[in-house]
Ligand binder design. Structure first.
Ligand code: NAG
Ligand code: NAG
Ligand code: NAG
Ligand code: NAG
Ligand code: NAG
Ligand code: NAG
Length: 778
């Protein structure tokens, strides 16, 4: 699966240059903020006084300080020796001292029609109007909502960020438009109401930003940040298509009139292929989030993660999101692109919405016709035409001497023999190396066409790339067929047809192979991810300073690009959350999450269970509560509400307790409840060795007088009951609690040693309020 990591540009933690510098950057976190009483410069003074206690001089202390976080977060980032760090961590009041990490930034328009948001809706998955009014109009296209996007910046000239016809910037906005290279205050407008950048951590590790590799400003040289921002809140732009005709239609973000505030904290890594992705340093991200929270964003969209989950006290996105939760700011994050391995999920904090990635109902059919008449339906977004049949070869048969056996079919750079490739179509397999790079290698060796065959692990999941020659990509099964054909004849021939866009492709959605999976190893009692949204082959705006493939050989410049990853699914949910926020300004962030989760779909367009890319049933460890349905989420009937204090109580158990007690007036009770009892719209039991009782409380926001009945589809070998099993509400806003008992059917249980999955639901006359469950039977 190495290649998916490369291809989908993920979230790998880059080992910080283990270098000659013995001073590393440490984040010193002072716990929750009790600001208000202290002036900002007083806070900075306190931070310096901590440093003074380990540094020689005031000079020394000040120069070691990278950031003093004081607007919404309390802490600082400083260059320290391990010795100094360990001295600091022993001091009173310092909650957490940890070395900073660099993270890879992770990790359309069809997508909104697919979930039934569009107005034209001829291809809607679900045509659902609300009282004659569609969701977008009801939410006024999200015009009063401010979405902060922390990423690689933004390409402000994209038509997706035009402010034509928009109302003045909301008065509540406190952010700024920070100038820099190729960016000044006139690049902000009523759409892009704020833009800033954070680079001290990056520059401390890599030196000054190289002007040919990135802009020292909020401008995006990569494309990733432009793509995510326009997916969340891009304007409706008609007649957009990628590469001269693919995915043609109106490009639009989820909340086309919402405001965007751009926080650039991710930068190109010097001397590394840009296609490998950006890096975002903890200290830069914390500074970005500190400002974003104080600036007054309503929703933060963060398509950044780690390859592995981090404990809460070292997880800067999670810590900042907790400060955001205090102010009812919703943080939406990618689950990560480290699938299909289990336990890979990042951003697991329960106050965050964690988003997995799945397919759309759109495909780009590019058949390859074989000499024996067989036609294999591949997919491609490659705008090149091929007129006649040409000889077909398998890459493994045309390599230069010395290519290692395990990569012979992979078309890695320099591996093909031009004498054997010239004028032919080459079949390469996925595995190691970049997908577009394989096509380039075929082109370099004189090939006239390229067929990329999925490896077994990729199954039916086709990531469409803008290859530089006629090309198509085959599923694993079709890949086997083309290789069998090559084996079966002396003169194999083929012709690759150019791709065409096909809508209503079934089944959809299915889960992307790369989407990171549960169980949540930080707290296995909290089921993650929360939800899935489109993240495969998503069309959105792009940086004109980048090529679509980000390869140095690729000189194309495009306004829109097709891209895949949980980076792409996260802003779908941010956009949907903005619409919900616009319609229900009084909802808590937990209510928004609950509404999205309990109304999500667990079946595909064929009415069957959502599968993975290989056709096997997918589980809540991939899709959480299911595929989001924003229209249904507007009116969910019941919600699982959770307050900021509930999250603090949760941390009394999930720890570190000191995070709360050192810095706030909140006191943990002597015996805090199990984290299973956080009022979450799902649950996970990591070891069902005996009966477990879980308490939940639902709030009625549907109809005043209503009755709900409990039903459940427990995992095999598990019994699930509720008490009471009928909830009778008399008014709006009424809260009712219930207990769920979960027990093994056989006692002692039959040995299983695996997770099973199911759901329970409260069914009323108008609503079905469903929650997923994951239960491990030992
Ligand atoms: C911003 O930059 C543009 C292009 O360089 C220039 O025309 C414009 O005057 C600048 N605006 C401000 C406010 O500096
Ligand atoms: C800046 O980046 C370019 C392209 O990667 C490279 O050729 C050049 O040497 C770099 N300059 C410095 C000063 O590192
Ligand atoms: C191929 O084998 C070599 C040496 O045995 C190993 O270093 C390399 O990682 C392998 N490559 C892949 C893609 O498995
Ligand atoms: C094609 O033939 C080779 C060598 O005879 C064999 O190793 C390979 O498995 C065959 N491939 C298929 C798909 O039949
Ligand atoms: C049941 O599982 C929990 C959680 O792993 C563990 O703490 C407890 O000791 C187990 N109880 C028994 C009786 O094995
Ligand atoms: C749930 O169970 C607890 C303890 O087992 C009990 O105190 C509480 O009253 C129960 N709640 C409901 C709603 O039945």
């Amino acid at each position: 699966m190495k290649n998916t990591l490369f291809c989908f540009l993920l979230l790998i933690v880059v080992p910080i240059l283990a270098s000659s510098v013995e001073k590393k950057v440490y984040i010193v976190y002072l716990g929750l903020h009790n600001n208000g009483e202290k002036a900002l410069h007083e806070i900075e003074k306190t931070h310096i006084s901590y440093l003074l206690s380990v540094k020689e001089s005031e000079e020394d202390a000040k120069s070691s300080l990278l950031y003093s976080y004081k607007h919404s977060i309390n802490g600082f980032a400083a260059k320290l020796t391990p010795d100094e760090a360990s001295k600091l961590s022993g001091m009173d009041g310092l909650l957490s001292v940890f070395p900073s990490h660099g993270k890879h930034s992770v990790q359309t328009t069809r997508s909104w029609e697919f979930v039934g948001l569009d107005e034209g809706d001829s291809y809607s998955w679900e045509k659902l109007k609300m009282g004659g009014e569609d969701l977008l109009s009801k939410a006024k296209h999200g015009k009063n909502v401010i979405i902060g996007v922390m990423d690689s910046g933004l390409w402000p000239e994209s038509p997706s960020f035009s402010d034509q016809g928009m109302d003045p910037t909301p008065k509540s906005w406190k952010g700024i438009c920070q100038g820099g290279v190729a960016f000044n205050s006139s690049n902000c407008n009523k759409k892009i109401i704020g833009a800033r950048y954070y680079v001290k951590g990056f520059q401390n590790a890599y030196g000054p930003v190289n002007a040919t590799e990135d802009y020292l400003s909020p401008r995006d040289m990569d494309g990733h940040g432009t793509h995510t921002a326009s997916t969340a809140a891009g304007r409706q732009v008609s007649d957009v298509a990628a590469f001269g005709g693919f995915a043609k239609g109106t490009a639009s973000g989820g909340a086309p009139l919402a405001r965007l505030a751009i926080y650039k904290a991710c930068w190109a890594i010097p001397n590394q292929p840009k296609a490998d992705g950006n890096t975002c340093f903890d200290e830069d991200m914390l500074a970005a989030l500190d400002d974003a929270i104080a600036d007054g964003v309503h929703i933060l969209s963060v398509s950044i993660g780690t390859a592995k989950p981090l404990p809460f006290e070292h997880d800067v996105i999670g810590l900042a999101a907790l400060e955001a939760a205090k102010r009812n700011i919703l943080v939406v994050c990618s689950a990560g692109n480290s699938g299909p391995a289990p336990g890979t999920l990042s951003n697991p904090a329960p106050w965050i919405i964690t988003v997995g990635a799945s397919s759309l109902d759109r495909a780009f059919f590019a058949p390859v016709k074989l000499g024996n008449g067989l036609k294999l339906i591949g997919q491609s977004v490659t705008p090149y035409n091929m007129k006649k049949m040409s000889p077909l070869v398998y890459a493994g048969d045309v390599v230069v001497p010395g290519v290692p056996l395990n990569v012979t079919g992979q078309c890695l750079p320099g591996s093909l023999d031009p004498n054997k490739v010239k004028g032919k179509i080459v079949v390469c397999t996925r595995g190691a190396g970049l997908r577009v790079g394989k096509g380039l290698e075929v082109k370099r060796a004189g090939g006239v066409g390229f067929v990329l065959a999925n490896a077994k692990a990729n199954g039916d999941e086709i990531a469409c790339d803008a290859h530089l020659l006629p090309a198509t990509t085959l599923t694993y099964d079709s890949g086997i067929k083309i290789l069998e054909y090559i084996n079966s004849t002396k003169n194999p021939m083929a012709v690759v047809s150019p791709g065409r866009t096909v809508l209503k492709y079934k089944p959809a959605p299915f889960m992307a192979g790369f989407t990171s999976r549960g169980p949540n190893v930080v707290d296995p009692n909290i089921l993650k991810p929360d939800i899935t949204a489109p993240g495969l082959n998503i069309l959105a705006a792009w940086s004109e300073a980048s090529s679509p493939s980000k390869l140095p050989e690729d000189k194309r410049s495009v306004k829109y690009n097709i891209y895949s990853g949980t980076s792409m699914s996260c802003p779908h949910v941010s956009g949907a959350a903005a619409l919900l926020k616009a319609i229900h300004p009084d909802w808590s962030i937990a209510a928004i999450k609950s509404a999205l989760m309990t109304t999500a779909a667990i079946t595909n367009s064929l009415g069957r269970a959502i599968t993975d890319a290989g056709g096997n049933n997918a589980t809540p460890f991939q899709f959480g509560a299911g595929h989001f349905r924003p229209i249904k989420a507007v009116d969910p009937g019941l919600i699982y509400d959770t307050s900021y204090d509930d999250y603090l109580l949760y941390l009394c158990t999930a720890g570190p307790k000191s995070l709360i007690e050192l810095s706030s007036t909140f006191k943990c009770p002597p015996n805090p409840p199990s984290t299973l009892n956080l009022n979450y719209p799902s649950f996970a039991i990591p070891n069902l060795n005996t009966t477990v009782t879980i308490t939940r409380t639902v709030t009625n926001i549907g109809r005043p007088k209503s009755t709900y009945f409990f039903s459940a589809k427990p995992p095999p070998g598990v019994r699930v009951k509720a008490s009471p099993s009928i909830l009778q509400f008399k008014r709006i806003g009424e809260k009712l609690s219930f207990n769920i008992t979960v027990s093994p059917i056989n006692d002692p249980p039959v040995k299983k040693s695996e997770y099973g999955f199911g759901w329970y639901s409260w069914d009323g006359r108008y609503y079905h309020v469903r929650s997923p469950m994951a239960v491990y039977l030992p």
